[in-house]
Design a protein around this ligand. Sequence first.
Ligand code: HEC
Length: 127
Amino acid sequence: MRRDPRFPDVCFPWRRSAVVLALLLAACGNGHPQAAAGPVPAPPPASPAVQKIYDGSCRTCHGNPASGAPQAGDVQAWAARVAQGREVVLGHVINGYKKMPPMGLCTQCSEDDFAALTAYMAGGPLK
Ligand code: HEC
């Protein structure tokens, strides 16, 4: 599994809160504390296949707070969305939803791909 060398495993014992994560990264980082309100750090990599699609299609928005999309790894931002249930959430991904483009710009992705991508970004499986 490919690992982001900037974020060694030791920096990810918890994924519960973006704030904890930001503080933790500051502690593990180069000595320059990050503001808790800054960009959400990328979650630990998913499987290489999922990671590849994420990087190619979803990251533009789900790794960019200015897009208004819930950020990958921001478990709190995803909680209410995941609570809608798998069918609703995947329906939004496939058909589009507000500023979320249909299929997240990954036209060759399957429903299972979208479920895996969403679980990756949300920090837990769809229900
Ligand atoms: C062009 C920007 C953009 C891209 C590319 C994009 N998204 Fe999104 N996505 C959004 C925005 C913005 C929202 C929030 C929509 C809202 O609720 O207002 C969103 C919301 C979502 C949601 C939550 C839907 C819900 O029911 O609340 C899921 C799941 C999602 N995106 C999955 C993906 C996946 C998977 C990909 C890549 C295959 C992807 N997105 C690519 C912008 C994008």
